[in-house]
Design a protein. Structure first.
Length: 261
């Protein structure tokens, strides 16, 4: 597999007046084309910061990100993002269809092709019949489906998701997880999925990358060798799932002072 994303020596220091906060230090991470990588770590360790740097929305203090071989200095084409706050990311005065279509505006597409991509994306997220609704008429879970449809409509090579399901109830969350797994297979995208939910990370990904607070570099990189076909109840109750989640937990809890394991 060729690497689609290369994060090399990334560091980030926020400077506000006289205070400086070093959030990320010497992060190296390579993601192959087609991979599903979960990124976990304690709150405040810099997960969102790293995603914003990868998305070209925030400059790194040191290091370089390459996407498809090219240095990222601004939001690159071929990269989609879904953030946690779906409510704020949708336009209330536009219909679901218009919200999804907006993302395709800057592409050189015929009107028919654009319509086709929008319809396909809405179908793919199970909202084929909701195109004329307004976001505020939909439940939180459905709004997040719209945000996902918008991100996948233009068929990104890389989809970045930042704790996309932390604001929905457990059942909706399980449905959305399975939706993302299906879309990943259907579109052959590469996904980097940030979550603070370790079970979700193991359930969805092929690899869990752990970031630590105040830790230099990536703290752990754990391959997830579960079957490709996963299912909420069966997969999560398997012995291997339990072993993997314990391994990830141990890494997330580990402080820099106790270098055991
Ligand atoms: N614009 C900013 N200016 C100063 N500090 C920031 C800014 N954005 C985030 N931080 C700080 O950087 C740290 C990491 O934040 P963040 O990347 O959001 O972590 P995570 O997503 O892992 O919870 C936190 O301590 C946060 O307060
Ligand atoms: Mg965050």
């Amino acid at each position: 597999m060729t690497s689609l994303l290369e994060i090399a020596g990334i560091g980030k220091t926020y400077r506000a007046r006289e205070r400086t906060v070093e959030v990320l230090t010497a992060i190296d991470l390579t993601v192959s084309e087609g991979e599903f990588v979960a990124l976990v770590g304690p709150s405040g360790c810099g997960k969102t910061t790293l995603l914003k740097i990868v998305a070209g929305l925030l400059p790194a203090t040191v290091g370089q990100v390459r996407f498809g071989g090219r240095p990222v200095t601004e939001p690159p084409p071929g990269l989609g993002v879904v953030f946690q706050e779906y409510g704020r990311s949708l336009y209330a005065w536009k219909t679901v269809r218009q919200n999804v279509e907006l993302q395709l505006r800057h592409l050189d597409l015929s009107r028919a092709r654009r319509r086709e991509l929008v319809a396909d994306a809405l179908d793919a997220v199970g909202l084929g019949a909701a195109g004329d609704a307004y976001p505020w008429q939909l439940s939180g879970g459905m709004q997040q489906r719209v945000a996902i449809a918008r991100a996948v409509a233009y068929r990104p090579r890389l989809l970045l998701m930042d704790e996309p399901f932390s604001a929905v109830d457990a059942q909706t969350r399980a449905d959305l997880e399975d939706l993302v797994a299906t879309l990943w297979k259907r579109y052959g995208m590469t996904i980097v999925f940030v979550t603070h939910d370790i079970d979700e990370a193991v359930y969805l990904s092929q690899r869990v990358v752990v970031l630590g607070a105040g830790v230099s570099g990536v703290q752990a990189d754990i391959p997830v060798d579960l079957d490709a076909d996963r299912e909420q109840i069966g997969t999560r109750s398997s012995a291997r799932f339990g072993e993997l989640r314990t391994r990830v937990w141990t890494q997330v809890r580990r402080t820099p002072e106790s270098e055991m394991v």
